[in-house]
Design a protein around this ligand. Structure first.
Ligand code: SF4
Ligand code: SF4
Length: 172
């Protein structure tokens, strides 16, 4: 019987190999195929706009204050009705995130009073140089929505006085 043992083990091994050939593969052909991310996945940041194209960010820097990695730099400037970037008094004239520092905790998203910054589902971040890891506002801001206009906009006097709009409960 001991003589047959290696043969039994060999057949068992071959059976395992044969069986796996008919199982559904767990690997995917990345980058041609991509796995959908989980609902609460936190990827690359996006700065949002309103439907008319105005920027949601009001340059308050609460996101920078909340960031535990000191990854965000915000500089704000004054809006006017002639040159309006966002509702309210100020907008972010400079907005940068250092992706080498970011730990994708989502605190910036939670701290933002206007829901201007969100962490999206983009996870393909690569750089070949440290400077490339600093994402400026131009890279972070989303495209102008259909029917909207680019910023700065000339707006009706007194129409966009509120920096923080009426908020609905944030949704995941
Ligand atoms: S996700 Fe976290 S670490 Fe990254 S910028 Fe936002 S607050 Fe900072
Ligand atoms: S993203 Fe939000 S918290 Fe950060 S500066 Fe803009 S409005 Fe303020």
């Amino acid at each position: 019987m001991r003589v047959l043992e290696p043969l039994i083990e060999l057949v068992r091994g071959l059976w395992t190999t044969l069986r796996s050939m008919f199982e559904k593969p767990v690997t995917i052909q990345y980058p041609e195929q991509k796995k959908p991310v989980k609902v609460r996945f936190r990827g690359r940041h996006i700065l949002k706009r309103y439907e008319n194209g105005l920027e949601k960010c009001i340059g308050c820097a609460l996101c920078a204050a909340a960031c535990p990695a000191d990854a965000i730099f915000v500089e704000s400037s004054e809006n006017t009705d002639e040159r309006r970037f966002s509702p309210g008094e100020r907008y972010a004239s400079t907005y940068e995130i250092n992706m080498l520092r970011c730990i994708f905790c989502g605190f910036c998203e939670d701290a933002c009073p206007t829901e201007a910054i969100i962490l999206g589902d983009q996870y393909e971040l690569s750089f070949t140089d440290r400077r490339q890891a600093i994402y400026p506002k131009e890279m972070l801001i989303e495209p102008i929505p259909a029917g909207g206009a680019s910023t700065p906009q000339k707006t009706e006097p007194g129409k966009y006085t509120r920096s923080v709009p009426e908020m609905k409960d944030p949704q995941d």
